[in-house]
Design a protein around this ligand. Sequence first.
Ligand code: ATP
Ligand code: MG
Length: 695
Amino acid sequence: MASASSPKSRPGLLDGLDPEQRAAACAPRGPVCVLAGAGTGKTRTITHRIAHLVRSGHVAAGQVLAVTFTTRAAGEMRTRLRGLGVDAAQALTFHAAARRQLRYFWPQVVGDRPWELLENKFRYISQAANKAGLGTETELLRDLASEIEWSKASLVSPDDYPAVAARTQRDTPAPASQVAEVYRNYEKVKNAAQVLDFDDLLLHATAVLEEHTVVAQEFRERYRCFVVDEYQDVTPLQQRLLDAWLGGRDDLTVVGDANQTIYSFGGASPRPLLEFTRRFPEATVVRLERDYRSTPEVVALANQVIGAARGRPAGSRLKLIGQRPSGPVPRFAEYDDETAEAAAVARRIRDLLDSGVTASEIAVLYRVNAQSEAYEQALAELGIPYLVRGGERFFARAEVRQAMSALRMASTDADTGELVTRVRSVLAKVGLTDQPPAGGAAKERWDALLSIVELAEELASTVDDADLPRFVAELEQRATAQHPPTVEGITLASLHAAKGLEWDAVFLVGLAEGTMPILHADGDDAAIEEERRLFYVGVTRAREHLSLSWALARTSGNRRNRRRSRFLYGLIPEDHPAARVARSQQPKQSGNKARCRVCGGPLPETLDIKLGRCSRCPSNVDEQLLEKLKSWRGERSRELKVPAFVVFTDATLVAIAEQRPTDDTALCAISGIGATKLERFGAEVLDVVRASVGS
Ligand code: ATP
Ligand code: MG
């Protein structure tokens, strides 16, 4: 292991890391891979590694390029890097990095033919579909657009598409040959209009580096050290760009968690992460298990959620160990309808605020953006400020653009006043009043301007001599990287957008079948597993307070025909009112009161009752494990000379094979397993499960 403090590194920098994190941070330049679970300090480790390499003189800050996947996460990384005093290191999304490189190198390789970025591709997709003889309904266009995005991210050309689609058994939105045709047409119309879509940024940036030696040389002179966060979600296209950046060098640090792969539908794969050492056999590999983010209560739930995942690849079966002091137990709540759910969540948020939790430390996370509306309303009714994420368009807002140009002009003045006062007075000219306007669009504009002032306050508090030109530069950097400021308010965000982030209090809402997991994942095992990982990402965002809720109907008065998410199965504690249904899974005397152990709905059919779940509800049974459990039970019952069901009933074995518990707590959560059974058979059952889960 490398020594903790190199002579030149400033004392203190690595003090905030544990020994494994430090080993990764101090590893010599060259390939490093950190494979670890949520909240174990991966992002913290890489930012410290960058700071350490810079401070000890191994690399200049400007030669470092760190990439991640969401604009928020990139912004978070920049903030952390600035906190460590390495402002000049670049932290961007793959797209932002590619866009910047393309802007820079385009004139050199293409000349002055300009290009524009295509923000909305629907018009072109529609033309392309029409030309291919397909309909242009919104839903079909959306599916075609995602299919084209997947193809580009997977480096599949229109010509290759039909064969690849057949080989990988893709669920194509139209016959594969027609999708290929739409894809081909789309590229044509887009090229004719001289616009590039998001994937083109990566494709062209890669091509420029691969095909132009001079450009590649200049680039490689400039950037020498690469870092990738959330590497489990890299697409073949992004990997190719990364390889073009490296150009055969190996100064690459990657960190990730295969259990948080949530973009496979877009072509991403954890394989490059899991196979990193195959590519770089000499790599320093570090595994982290200590979870510094969440209370042991949240960690236990997270372990249970991911413990139930199927087909986890080797190398991703790490178990988190909570490091924080104990906190409140996660809350579960069922509501009649979504409005009631949102109102209750808003009231609970009010209580948290009253008890001293800061608004920006609270998040409501949902599966699809359309779910935000109910929460916006409920929070507005209680006068609680909120912010809807996906706010990437911040810098495109008219008042923000005006504000930036006013600030830019003012920054050339000789006037040197205190930064925040100057920013306020400049923004007053573009509409920032002392008191907020009543509401609506005017209030939104005002909020946007105020968040610029808050950014100035943030800069003034972290950088001693921050002046207006410095602030303008910071704003411009954020705008290029599309990193909007955080506003003091509750965060409303989709689970996808929440990746890499953390809050003191997290509300996971709308946990009903059809929403979580999303309807179109049903019947597709791989898609269900991706939904489960998304749920896991949600659970692991919480530091302390975690609340999980669902509603049985969409609006009040509607039939309460929704079912709670299958992922909640086995998570709800025994003494919880919502667990009643889970406990009544035993087929015994309860007769018509028996309820489905997956969704909690009533079980009318005898067979359903025996299974303990509706025939509509998905079975999650690991058949191989069930077989192994049965054969273990056979041996035991022969040994003990008792009938098999005395050891465990079929229903219990099925439940074990569904939940695959890997520790006592999870095992006990299964109905039919009390203290006596646990003591007699617990260890053996866990061995069978572990052997099977681990195989
Ligand atoms: P994710 O997989 O969700 O992206 P991560 O592994 O990147 O998580 P971080 O965000 O780096 O985790 O760290 C989680 C939290 O734990 C952060 O608040 C971080 O500051 C804190 N933390 C990490 N390591 C330590 C440590 N050694 N001591 C104290 N706090 C730590
Ligand atoms: Mg992280």
